[in-house]
Design a protein around this ligand. Sequence first.
Ligand code: F6R
Length: 357
Amino acid sequence: EKGTYPHFMLKEIDEQPFVIRRIIQEYQDENDNIKLDPEVREAMKDHDRVYIIACGTSYHAGLVGKQFIEKLAQVPVEVHVASEFSYNMPLLSEKPLFIFISQSGETADSRAVLVEIKQKGYKALTITNVPGSTLSREADYTLHLHAGPEIAVASTKAYTAQMAVLAILAVDTAQAKGLQLEFNPLSELGIAANAMEALTDQKEQLEDIARTYLSTTRNCFFIGRSIDYYVGLEGALKLKEISYIQAEGFAGGELKHGTIALIEEGTPVMALATQENVNYSIRGNVKEVAARGANPCVISMKGLDQESDAFVIPHVHELLTPLVSVVPYQLISYYAALHRDCDVDKPRNLAKSVTVE
Ligand code: F6R
């Protein structure tokens, strides 16, 4: 039920801090350590490379998950769009472990890959919001997102839940391998949940941004570098699927290799600046597009912010910024769709779970 909310999407955006807190609880033991299926831990330790398979928003969560697993657990990871995987199956490592990320657990493109790799005898872990789903039943192991039912077609709380569970999985694997980490995912996720909650209280400001930048535009670009690039891809997907504004995410460094040709007078460009090591470069990109007439909207993180930024998110651990920086993008997309009289919860041509290949 939506309760007092006008749309499921808005309700699900608001639920995100609670979902993250539930995940912390579910994956924490009585000594505040990570509690995770020991078989999953063994599988992560025993395999030499992880292949993440997913579609759409879940694929975008996978891109961030790769950073977690490689940086924290030092295990190499490849991320593949499910529908493309079979045509160009990469040369697999000696002991590959497959991770399927799927909110619904019913996505046919992902299932096709699961069937194929099971036939070859490989092991699979499904990370899903629906533990009894097809992808969960057919995989060897399952991790549950605990996000509660997601009704709006546009995925929001499942995406942030996926990243939270992937962060916990990455640290658990690091611990299983005996690596010493400074990073405590459970406490850092708690800080991220508080930051997300603070953002859901700033809806008016985000609605203003949607009105200023997006009420009449034909297109919109999302730029970012490093992990901010992946959040830009997700921001663009959210905006296009519910507002029908043509939206594309670009890596900041790629602009000069062609895409900057798209910038016209007044083109809105959403830029994310949450990573210290690329802050200088992304700001350079903002200047470049502004010099060509774009209307840049910079969303930065506290500590890296500048006077002219349109919106500033609270400070969180640099690996976990996607959980927080996506929230303004979700809300901006929501209001842009609302201002354009679109059916927010049921966008045209889309279904909640895509059970055909
Ligand atoms: C976008 C969206 C889709 C899904 C994709 C995969 O908002 O919802 O891109 O993420 O269809 O679905 P699942 O995660 O159920 O496999």
